[in-house]
Each structure stands twice: as structure tokens, then as C-alpha cells.
Design a protein around this ligand. Structure first.
Ligand SMILES: *Cc1c(COP(=O)(O)O)cnc(C)c1O
Length: 461
């Protein structure tokens, strides 16, 4: 399998090179030259597989430059760190199915991809005798999952930027309490989008990127999207009868998670539609419902991991939307840079609406949903999951199609919001309780790529 860029500016590369490249050298995102097909017979044959076995079946279709036994071993090690034997179990509550993606070490769905990516990086670097400097931006969950994916690993140094004071207390602690020599936290005086802009600026400086061997852990990395495809198929196998279509409700920020669902659908998974749920940062909802893609300011919400305006993974979807026309993708992003908005043709927007429906759920409705869902079902939602459940429940009431809501974080990770919703704190799992009072390390810097660059240069050399 070979990978190319959505902007058409690189020669096709193989899987391991795609993982190491992160953002494509031409500023685009990497995609596979063809999408492997999953047939109804494959799905039925997969019903009894464990999560790691299923992950191997799916991931191996996209990877032809790692021996099967090595790939199986990487996958097994990645999911052995999960605290639930099913890795991503599905529970049924009050008319909706909840796909629990928070049983990894940092209690958010990003562990599913980043445990795998950390092991993959280490494997490729050892094989090549190379080193890697990871530079990432996080609104909270990516950073902690990435740090825990690579802490102590040979050949890797990681720099994670988070917007100062805009992550939850637990998120900050999960990152800054990791004191391994290869882990560096940077608190940036700005927003998540500022952090992401700095990463993009550094990655787009090819000389700097090559000198420091920069790699990405943001959801722009192809291996992350790929690892996330697995749980859509896993959930379908648990919920649906042969051939039955389902709806997935996905609390969305950077569009990485829901894009994995779109890919599973394109592979042949029976899906009726994807429900894209947003908080007040609802640019994607406006895009889907009104065809209006114009960038506004980032608003701080009770679901901070979704406080994003420019969703970088949307580019992968737009590539398919415009029929694989890389010149048009380049034009779209030139327009976005110039005008802060993108315009689409009516038939393109009609296609978007066939693929997605979208609901924006505000703070009040998120908190009410946490409260009412707890009262009715005894099940405590985290604020991100609540956004998706609020949107998904409406659809579940309308029809017969099973609705699978992705539970993207454990409620204890967002204790402040849960406390506000139900008047008492979420019970603390041991993984969080043991963080209290630990020593921390973090460097505060302004939202300026040159200062971040200088810090990286000084630290690595
Ligand atoms: C990252 C994150 C999201 C958003 O996922 P994207 O892939 O960025 O769309 C939603 N919920 C939680 C808890 C997250 O950490």
C-alpha cells in the first residue's frame, strides 16, 4: 500500500514512511492510494475476534512493509495496557449504545491510537537506527495520551504544547507529572489553535523539520486515523445484525475520530450516516447544515478537547468530497488562508449532507444531559460524550436504526464540569487519584513559534 498527499505534491511512499512523515512535506495530509474493502462475509467471520485480533485484520490491510508477526506483536502490546478485557466495550443505556473508548492509561479515546503509535515509532526508529523529535499541540487529551505513548521510549524526544490554563486540572497533571527525560511540556500563552499553528509552522519549515527529525502525533498522523477505524468496526460487530446499518454519534473537534468512521464506512461497514456533534465551537455544524465554513474565534467550553475552529483532518474528507482533485484541495486551502472561509458548490454540499448530519450542543444542554442521563440510567457521562449523547438520543427516538454514541473520555477526567452538572464530583478512578500531589515539570512560553523553536533547539542539542 502506498500513500500520497491530499495536495498532490509528494511521490507516493509506504506505510512506515507515512508514519514518520506525519504532515505531508507539501503541507497536505497523507491518504492510502486505495481503500481496502471489507465484505459482509469478512464482517461475519470477524464476529468472534478479540479487539487485538480484529485490529490486526484491519490494520494489516493498510500495511505491507512490516512483517505480520511484528505487526501483531505491536498491536498486542498496545492494547495490553487497557484496563478492560474488551479494550473498547459497548454498553446499552436507555435506547442508545455507548462505545466506551476511555479504558486506556489516560482515560480518553486518544490512547487507542497513541499507544499503538508510540510502539510503532519505537519499532521503526530501532530498525533504522534513527532518532525522532515529536512536536505536538494539544487541547488536553492528545498531549497526555501522546506523552504516555512515548515516555521512556528509545530514540524519541517529545515536546507537547498546551494552551495555558485551558485544559482541565486532571489533563494538565497527567501531562506535567511525567518526569521522564524525553518528555517536555510547554504551556503556551494562547489558544489551542495558536499551539496548532506553531506546530504547522515548524513542520512546514522543511530544513528545521529535517534537521531535528520532527514527527507528528496529532491526528494528522495516518497511523492514528488507522488505529481508530478498528473500534467503529468492533462496535458494529457488537451491535448490528448482518447487513444492518447503524448511526455513529461522534463528539468532534479536530475531525480525526469521525474521519476514521467515514473511512470504516468507505471500506464497506454498513453505516447510515455519521452524526457530527459539536459544542459552541460549531464551525463544522454550520458547514454541514448551512454550507458556511467561516472561521470564528475559539470559545472556551465545558468540553475543552473540542474547542477547535480549524479541524485539520477535514482536509482528508474534502479530498474525497472533491473527487480526489488535488488542485482543488490546494485551492480550497489557499482560499481558507486568504479569506478565513471556504465556499463549496451546491452538489458538494448535498453530498456532505448525505454523509453527515450535525448538531451543536451548548453548555447548558451538555450539563443537563449529564444530569438527566445519570438520573434515568445511573450512568455518568463526561461532558464530551454528553455532547454526542444529547445529539444521538434525538436521532434514536426518531427511528429504528441503532445509534452508537462514542464515549470519548472518562467523566473523572473532567471533574469540574461533572461537579457543575450533578452537584457532586465524579468518583475518582485510581489512575487519577494517584496523580494528586505528584511533582510536575512544565515550561511557560508566549504563543510565538520562534521562542518555541529556540526552546526545542536548546533542549535537543
Ligand atoms: C480529542 C477529543 C475529542 C475530539 O476528537 P477529534 O478527533 O479531535 O474530533 C472528543 N472528545 C475527547 C474527550 C477528546 O479527547
Amino acid at each position: 500500500m502506498r500513500y500520497f498527499s491530499t495536495r498532490g505534491g509528494i511521490a507516493p511512499i509506504r506505510f512506515k514512511d507515512a508514519v514518520m512523515m506525519g504532515l505531508a512535506d507539501d503541507g497536505g495530509l497523507l491518504l492510502p492510494e486505495s481503500i481496502p474493502t471489507v465484505t459482509a462475509a469478512d464482517l461475519e467471520a470477524w464476529r468472534s475476534l478479540t479487539y487485538p485480533q480484529l485490529a490486526f485484520e484491519i490494520i494489516s490491510r493498510y500495511v505491507d512493509d512490516i512483517p505480520a508477526d511484528d505487526l501483531r506483536h505491536l498491536i498486542d502490546r498496545s492494547y495490553a495496557t487497557f484496563s478492560h478485557p474488551e479494550v473498547t466495550p459497548v454498553v446499552r443505556k436507555d435506547g442508545v449504545h455507548i462505545l466506551e473508548l476511555f479504558h486506556g492509561v489516560t482515560l480518553a479515546f486518544k490512547d487507542v491510537a497513541l499507544q499503538f503509535l508510540g510502539n510503532l515509532f519505537e519499532y521503526i526508529l530501532a530498525e533504522r537506527g534513527e532518532r525522532l523529535t515529536i512536536v505536538g499541540a494539544t487541547s488536553g487529551d492528545t498531549g497526555s495520551a501522546a506523552i504516555h505513548g512515548v515516555r521512556g521510549k528509545q530514540g524519541i524526544t517529545i515536546f507537547i504544547m498546551h494552551p495555558e490554563g485551558k485544559t482541565s486540572a486532571v489533563q494538565a497533571l497527567q501531562m506535567t507529572s511525567v518526569l521522564d527525560d524525553n518528555v517536555h511540556n510547554i504551556a503556551v500563552q494562547g489558544t489551542f489553535d495558536d499551539c496548532q499553528d506553531i506546530v504547522k509552522a515548524l513542520m512546514n519549515d522543511l530544513a528545521f523539520k529535517q534537521q531535528y527529525r520532527l514527527g507528528a502525533v496529532n491526528s494528522i498522523n495516518w497511523a492514528r486515523v488507522l488505529a481508530q477505524v478498528v473500534y467503529y468496526i468492533y462496535a458494529w460487530l457488537k451491535v448490528a445484525t448482518p447487513g444492518q446499518k447503524v448511526l455513529f454519534s461522534v463528539p468532534t473537534g479536530n475531525f480525526g475520530d469521525i474521519f476514521a468512521g467515514y473511512l470504516a464506512w468507505r471500506m464497506g461497514l454498513p453505516v447510515q450516516q455519521l452524526l457530527l456533534a459539536t459544542n459552541e465551537n460549531n464551525i463544522l455544524t454550520r458547514f454541514i447544515n448551512e454550507g458556511d465554513y467561516s472561521v470564528g474565534p475559539v470559545v472556551q467550553t465545558v468540553s475543552p478537547s473540542m474547542d477547535i475552529q480549524v479541524a485539520s483532518n477535514l482536509e482528508r474528507y474534502l479530498f474525497y468530497l472533491v473527487g480526489g482533485d488535488t488542485a482543488r484541495v490546494r485551492a480550497i486551502f489557499a482560499q481558507l488562508k486568504r479569506e478565513g472561509r471556504i465556499s463549496f458548490a451546491p452538489e458538494e454540499l448535498a453530498q456532505v449532507r448525505r454523509d453527515f448530519c450535525s448538531v451543536s450542543v451548548n453548555r447548558a444542554r451538555t450539563l443537563t444531559t449529564i444530569g438527566s442521563f445519570l438520573q434515568e440510567t445511573g450512568y455518568l457521562l463526561d461532558p464530551h460524550t454528553a455532547v454526542g449523547v444529547a445529539a444521538g438520543r434525538d436521532l434514536a427516538e426518531l427511528g429504528e436504526t441503532p445509534v452508537i454514541c462514542l464515549a470519548t473520555a472518562h467523566p473523572a477526567k473532567f471533574g469540574e464540569a461533572v461537579q457543575e452538572a450533578i452537584g457532586q464530583p465524579a468518583p475518582l478512578p485510581a489512575a487519577i487519584a494517584r496523580l494528586q500531589g505528584l511533582p510536575t515539570r512544565c515550561t511557560l512560553l508566549p504563543a510565538d513559534q520562534w521562542q518555541v523553536r529556540a526552546f526545542i533547539e536548546k533542549t535537543v542539542s
